[in-house]
Design a protein around this ligand. Structure first.
Ligand code: APR
Length: 186
């Protein structure tokens, strides 16, 4: 499994699935959510509205993930996952970890071979980029420990929008795992 860390705009990446740091309404917003909807075009919002009218009438709970098409984006799918919003007291690292884990499950079930993640939660939702990066690294490594030999996924891209987040991703992903993490997964 190949892990790449890049700085740039996730909407430009030619990977099978890009992950959207969505909100629970699925109706778009600012940050990466706004950029993805703007680049994908109106059909993305139309597909999200259909999800709200059917599978997720009350919206998508934080930590869950759902795939849609990608409209005009170079990617094949957008995987929407709302992170926990620290500003309203949602400080569960488990829920943030679930955003990464569930996005991998959803992408793998679609047969994706590559997936790109932004720093979910590290913008409007107030999480420290270093903490997001550590949570992402643990979730992604643990998932591949279990599914490496059965998943279609073989490339994970961590997309930073600025140098601080890029440094946080490198710090988290370039640090070798301790024996305890390798044995116990944490
Ligand atoms: N490509 C890659 N990363 C991006 C992009 C982009 N085009 N735009 C922003 N980012 C980065 C931010 O710099 C931050 O590091 O994505 C990270 C997540 O920031 P947000 O997009 O603000 O996401 P989040 O903190 O999870 O807040 C989600 O904000 O936009 C609303 O509808 C969204 O309510 C939801 C909330």
């Amino acid at each position: 499994m190949q892990i790449d860390i890049v700085q740039g705009d996730i909407t430009k990446l030619k990977v099978d699935a890009i992950v959207n740091a969505a909100n629970t309404s699925l109706f778009g917003g600012g940050g990466v959510d706004g950029a993805i909807h703007a680049a994908a075009g109106p059909e993305l919002l139309a597909e999200c509205r259909k999800l709200r009218a059917t599978t997720y009438p009350d919206g998508l709970a934080s930590g869950l993930a759902v795939a849609t098409g990608a409209g005009n984006l170079p990617a094949r799918w957008v995987i929407h996952t709302p992170g926990p919003n620290r500003h309203v007291g949602q400080t569960s690292t488990r829920v943030l970890s679930n955003c990464f884990t569930n996005s991998l499950y959803v992408a793998s079930r679609r047969g994706a071979t590559s997936i790109a993640f932004p720093a979910i939660g590290a913008g409007a939702y107030g999480w420290d980029p270093e903490e997001v990066a550590l949570i992402a690294a643990e979730a992604i490594r643990n998932w591949f420990d279990t599914y490496r030999h059965v998943t279609s996924l073989h490339r994970v891209v961590l997309v930073a929008y600025n140098t601080d987040v890029e440094a946080a991703f490198h710090k988290a992903f370039d640090t070798p795992r301790t024996d305890s993490e390798l044995i116990h997964g944490h």
